[in-house]
Ligand binder design. Structure first.
Ligand code: ZN
Length: 306
């Protein structure tokens, strides 16, 4: 089957292993449901390439890859140095000759790993093009909409890919949600297992949330205590300072571990109804009022969305 025949959901950007899927299970799941009530359509990677392009840009010291104009869930992928080559962390739907050439120029690709099903995108087309494996957690196998022998479903809690790179299952939004630990950079790449807010002192943890471009949310369902504790313990076992999130500039440049652990404790107290969560100070205490971020100065404000 030619790649032009593989349908892509134009809401979430997932590519299916068939030309005419009945519907998109990822979009009907409560954890996505962006633009609920609007008709969904289908496109292909090739059609997408007619009026979109990928851009490469430094983000937190890594090379980010994002699609313009925005498409799907608007995540950006990240090229992570992997030996003499790179690992692609998370994925975007558009892959074209220009994207491949730029990645080859930057050392090529030797593996793909994806945090959770919302970013599976056209992972099989990427894997075919570079002839590399895709590492997904076994617990999310049912969400892979296009089968391929290059997909490696791993099980357990950690998978070491090299001395530098380790996949860690953290669970939470999906049972198989994983993060990538990069030892040489003292960093974790977290997908949306950790949600940065306008306040850089705290992060949030959500089972279902989706910010719609231009403002508004699709769901605001908090993560339960058991899952938040599991996330807390997975991050507590790692050494890191830098946290790299799902979208451009949605990163914690420093103190990331302390911020995540303290935020997880606060979230658990809050869902228990413990009022001490409401007055818990952040790591290092609150900055003086005049130094706290505002809508104008928050590092997570995305200028291109204004
Ligand atoms: Zn979809």
């Amino acid at each position: 089957m030619a790649t032009e025949s593989y349908a892509v959901c134009d809401n979430c950007g997932t590519q299916f292993g068939e030309a005419s899927p009945v519907d998109c299970p990822i979009c009907w799941d409560v954890r996505n449901q962006m633009r609920r009530g609007q008709p969904r359509g289908w496109t292909t990677v090739e059609q997408l390439g007619a009026d979109h392009r990928n851009v490469f840009r430094d983000d937190a010291g890594f090379t980010g890859i994002g699609t313009e104009p925005a498409f799907g869930l608007e995540q950006r992928a990240v090229l992570v140095p992997f030996g003499e080559s790179n690992l692609l962390w998370d994925c975007v739907t558009l892959i074209d000759d220009e994207t491949v050439a730029e990645i080859e120029r930057r050392g090529g690709l030797s593996a793909i790993a994806i945090s959770h099903p919302h970013y599976y995108a056209s992972m099989v087309q990427w894997a075919e093009r570079f002839d590399v494996p895709v590492y997904l957690h076994e617990d999310d196998r049912a969400w892979a909409m296009r089968d391929d022998s290059r997909i490696v479903f791993w099980s357990g809690e950690t998978l070491s890919l090299s001395d530098d790179l380790t996949l860690v299952r953290v669970g939470g939004q999906f049972a198989g949600s994983q993060i990538l630990h990069v030892a040489s950079r003292d960093a974790v790449l977290v997908g949306d297992s950790v949600l940065t807010t306008l306040d850089p002192d705290w992060v949030g943890f959500s089972y279902a949330s989706g910010e719609i471009p231009g403002g508004g949310w699709t769901q605001l369902l908090p993560l339960d205590e058991v899952a938040t504790k599991q996330l807390h313990d997975a991050f507590a076992a790692l050494d890191f300072d830098l946290v790299v999130g799902s979208w451009w500039e949605h990163n914690l440049p420093t103190n990331g571990k302390d911020i995540i652990l303290r935020s997880a404790v606060r979230s658990i107290l809050a869902v228990r109804g413990d009022v001490s969560a409401r007055t818990m100070p952040p790591v290092g205490g609150y900055a003086p009022l005049e130094e706290r971020p505002t809508l104008e100065t928050s590092p997570f404000r995305e200028a291109e969305r204004v």
